[in-house]
Design a protein around this ligand. Structure first.
Ligand code: TRP
Length: 430
């Protein structure tokens, strides 16, 4: 069985070199492995949680889609789509929301972090926190479960979310799976690579540290300028340098072969100047991403091409999502009435439509019975009996013998009593 690998990128900004090395490049490489079925998407519903600037959202999802494609994603091989094009995802989100305990969501890092920040600032704990932020992990669980993904490559900060997705899946399976595993329990895959790339100042490359090297933004010159700002020690050209722990060297490593890495270190130990080292780093990176950048610019000039690819991706994704959602809906009891199993339907409607014997006593002190159709019309009216017992005996004879007893029975037939009795007999036998 193929392994389904799924990952999403929240579309609130553009991507930097760290995102490329940590997420895009390994994901595309993994998607080329045999036996792997990959799902990559723009998490644009997640973006709405963090950003209320429509222009920024619109721009970001286009850029990120173009980046994936320029970096070599093959949309024929990979299921590539926008989260917001798959209505099955928010639908499943609700079904999952109904089996997720609030207490568990209270413990989500992102939510707790926001609370802590509010408290530290002397605010109300929930100040400015939306239900979107609170429910974020459930939407993410739906992203993953709707495609029954086995593996989810993510950064460390997202591992808790994958664990929550597992829990929610398990709970749904337990409550509604009727012994089957409707949802696959996903595993987080945290690659060491994803954490490694340092930024300009040597800390992890991150927008929040303002230390990023842009991936395509600003063109080749933007890349050159950023590399020029990578912090080094102040050793002069000709002085031997210790390559270990240098951000510049780690950046070089992320793009270099084993031989190149060794040669770069040797050159630094032998006195290579930082200026020349930066030029080598630029040449190395630009040699790998220069062609992608040209592709990216071409795609950005033709958003209609990206749109077409994503429309096809959405159709492919929905073909898988729709049947699973239908299964989940049915499991919780949301089925079309026509889909109720025919046997129960007939039985139930027959029962509901069954004619009925009514026994009663009139003001004259005499006992009577009558047969009434489901719609209330009287089909048969008995004569008067002195005792209730005799009336009762006739009722049971009519029930068991059906129309055959009609001729002898002391009754007046007013409607289609014969077929009503046949119906009763059949119901009795079933
Ligand atoms: N929350 C992820 C992030 O911010 C993005 C994301 C959304 C995601 N849905 C996902 C990642 C499903 C993996 C699987 O990085």
């Amino acid at each position: 069985m193929t392994q389904r690998v799924l990952t999403g990128i929240t579309t609130t900004g553009t991507l930097h070199l760290g995102n490329y090395v940590g997420a895009i490049r390994p994901a595309i490489e993994a998607s080329r492995e045999p036996g792997v079925e990959s799902f990559f998407f723009m998490a644009d519903y997640h973006a709405l949680i963090k950003c209320d600037d429509p222009a920024r959202i619109a721009r970001s999802r286009l850029e990120i889609a173009a980046i994936w494609l320029a970096a070599g994603l093959d949309p024929e091989r990979v299921t590539f789509y926008r989260q917001s094009d798959i209505p099955e995802i928010p639908e499943l989100t609700w079904l999952l929301t109904c089996v997720t305990s609030k207490g568990q969501m209270n413990r989500a890092h992102a939510y707790k972090g926001a609370i802590d920040a509010n408290v530290a600032a002397g605010e109300e704990p929930d100040a400015g926190i939306t239900m979107g932020l609170f429910s974020y992990p459930i939407l993410m669980a739906a992203d993953i479960l709707i495609f029954n993904a086995h593996r989810v490559p993510v950064g460390k900060d997202q591992v808790q979310h994958i664990e929550m997705a597992r829990d929610v899946a398990q709970r749904f399976n337990h409550l509604f799976g009727r012994g089957t595993d409707m949802f696959v329990l996903p595993d987080a895959q945290v690659d060491a690579e994803m954490e490694l790339l340092p930024g300009l100042d040597g800390r992890k490359m991150s927008k929040s540290y303002d230390n990023v090297i842009p991936l395509f933004d600003g063109g080749a010159q933007g890349l050159r300028d950023a590399i020029a700002r990578v912090v080094t020690d102040s050793k002069l050209p000709g002085e031997p340098k210790d390559p270990e722990g240098q951000a510049l060297v780690q950046l070089y490593d992320a793009f270099a072969s084993k031989e190149q890495r060794a040669a770069f270190r040797t050159a630094l130990r032998e006195g290579l100047g930082w200026g020349d080292a930066k030029k080598q780093l630029f040449d190395l990176i630009d040699g790998q991403i220069g062609g992608m950048r040209a592709q990216y610019e071409e795609l950005m000039a033709h958003p209609e091409r990206i749109e077409e690819i994503l429309q096809r991706g959405a159709a492919k994704a929905r073909a898988l999502a729709a049947p699973l959602l239908a299964q989940a809906r049915a499991a919780v009891g949301l089925t079309p009435f026509t889909a109720i199993a025919p046997s129960t339907k007939v039985e139930k409607s027959a029962k509901a439509a069954l004619p009925l014997f009514k026994q009663y006593r009139e003001g004259d002190g005499q006992f009577y019975f009558k047969l009434v159709a489901a719609d209330g019309t009287t089909l048969l009216q008995s004569q008067a009996f002195a005792g209730g017992r005799e009336a009762g005996q006739w009722v049971s004879r009519l029930k068991t013998e059906g129309a055959a007893a009609l001729a002898e029975a002391p009754v007046e037939v007013l409607g289609d009593a014969a077929s009503a009795l046949a119906q009763l007999q059949a119901a009795l036998e079933s």
